[in-house]
Design a protein around this ligand. Structure first.
Ligand code: SF4
Length: 276
């Protein structure tokens, strides 16, 4: 199925989610059309708090035109976009007209793709599909996500997304619950990674957290080695304590010097494809 036919077909289904939302694994069932709000606090409208062409991403993606949507289903204590990420009323409405002219602007700037980021774009799939429907010659779509979406959400993205950029943040459920307030994290994220690896290009990104080498980083690498050994992994070692990070002792300081090299070595030694 081409993008041209995939978007309208998925859009109709996506709108039914707004009546009883199970787009993310909170599965709260909110009727967002009737004004009910779940943990993400999102309504029917998506809002863009920033869009720009960036070159700081993985080399194969840049220049990339990033659209930052407000609202998120996670509450990571170290979030770097906290005010915008957790308040879906921030930013300008994502309308077809706005998106269409923004994409044209991005193309003029040399962007190779459109990248949806958040907050978390999964909670806004209906509005995103709607906005994209209005654009002719849409560039390839990159989906940067926390991968806490449901199978139904990923069904809606099938034949729409070219590259998934997955934030695999925690290597065990206890850390995920303590830091990001989500449950059953590892089972959900690994299920989704295995699925999309069969459907599209996949890059797994991991932000190294201070004090979480053994409990989070190593289990993630070990899982990838066993289940997706060919996957590309992108390691981020620029952690800085933000938002409520100071309430968790080990997250109150930057990543210790040398931890990035140690982590890179660990993954490469196990044969993983570590991106520069
Ligand atoms: S996306 Fe929001 S409304 Fe939908 S299930 Fe998740 S928390 Fe609930």
């Amino acid at each position: 199925m081409s993008l041209v036919t995939a978007i309208p077909a998925n859009l109709e289904l996506a709108h039914t989610q707004l009546l009883h939302c199970e787009l993310c694994e909170h599965r709260c069932g909110a009727n967002r059309v009737a004004g009910e709000r779940g943990p993400c606090k999102a309504g029917t409208e998506a809002r863009v708090f920033r869009h720009r062409v960036e070159c700081g991403e993985e080399a194969e993606l840049v220049p990339s035109h990033l659209f930052y949507l407000s609202g998120c289903d996670l509450r990571c204590a170290f979030c770097i976009a906290e005010a915008n990420a957790f308040d879906p009323s921030r930013g300008r409405p994502l309308t077809r007209d706005f998106f269409s002219s923004a994409v044209a602007w991005g193309r003029d700037q040399g962007a190779r793709n459109v990248q949806w980021v958040g907050g978390e774009p999964t909670i806004h799939i209906p509005a995103i599909l709607d906005a994209m429907q209005g654009v002719k010659n849409l560039p390839p779509i990159v989906w940067k996500s926390d991968f806490y979406g449901t199978p139904a959400a990923f069904d809606l993205l099938k034949d729409v997304v070219s590259v998934y950029l997955a934030d695999f943040k925690f290597g065990n459920d206890e850390c995920a619950n303590r830091i990001a307030r989500v449950t059953d994290y590892v089972r959900i994220v690994t299920r989704n990674l295995k699925r999309v690896a069969l459907e599209s290009d996949l890059i797994v990104r991991h932000l190294l957290l201070p004090g979480h080498y053994e409990c989070c980083y190593q289990p993630i690498v070990n899982w990838l080695c066993n289940e997706l050994p060919y996957v590309k992994i992108s390691l981020r070692d620029g952690y800085m304590p933000r938002w409520q990070a100071a309430r968790l002792t080990e997250l109150a300081t930057p990543l210790p010097r040398g931890d990035g090299d140690r982590a890179r070595h660990y993954a490469m030694e196990r044969g993983l494809n570590v991106l520069e």
